[in-house]
Design a protein around this ligand. Structure first.
Ligand code: RB5
Length: 142
């Protein structure tokens, strides 16, 4: 898949490891930063990632900050973006299946890397169900 990833300083270490994993799995990955653990402002990186989805360069995105919450708030301000904080199996699966979520937000201070990678696999491999859910997602866009 064509993917895009970004983080702030709190998510930087996890972003680097997730990116490595995704590349090993054969995905293409655009990295929108940040590039170090120096303190930075997560909305900048969320905005950059959303641009890559809206211009068609990437199908799905992964945002990582301390909690995942600030990134999700920032991403959901952008039209066309449906971002969700994913920290458990059920929510991760059904936010893809029912909400057609296109940006997964992860809290690097909330979960370990092992769980993050498992949930990323669920996110990437769960299709949108469409049907009545498409009507609802369209209502969100309106
Ligand atoms: C950074 O300290 C932290 O506030 C940020 O990574 C994120 O958790 C915000 O939602």
């Amino acid at each position: 898949m064509n993917l895009v990833i970004a983080s702030d300083h709190a998510g930087y270490a996890m972003k680097e490891n997730v990116k490595k994993y995704l590349l090993e799995q054969g995905h293409k990955v655009i990295d929108c930063g940040t590039d170090s653990e120096a303190s930075c402002d997560y909305p900048i990186f969320a905005k950059a990632l959303c641009k890559e989805i809206n211009n068609g360069a990437a199908e799905l995105g992964i945002l990582i900050c301390g909690t995942g919450i600030g990134m999700s708030m920032a991403a959901n301000k952008v039209k066309g973006i449906r971002a969700a904080v994913c920290s458990d199996y059920f929510s991760t699966k059904f936010t893809r299946a029912h909400n057609n979520t296109n940006v997964m937000c992860i809290g690097a201070r909330v979960m370990g890397e092992g769980l993050a990678l498992e949930l990323i696999e669920v996110f990437l491999n769960t299709p949108f169900e469409g049907g009545k859910h498409l009507r609802r997602v369209n209502m969100l866009e309106d």
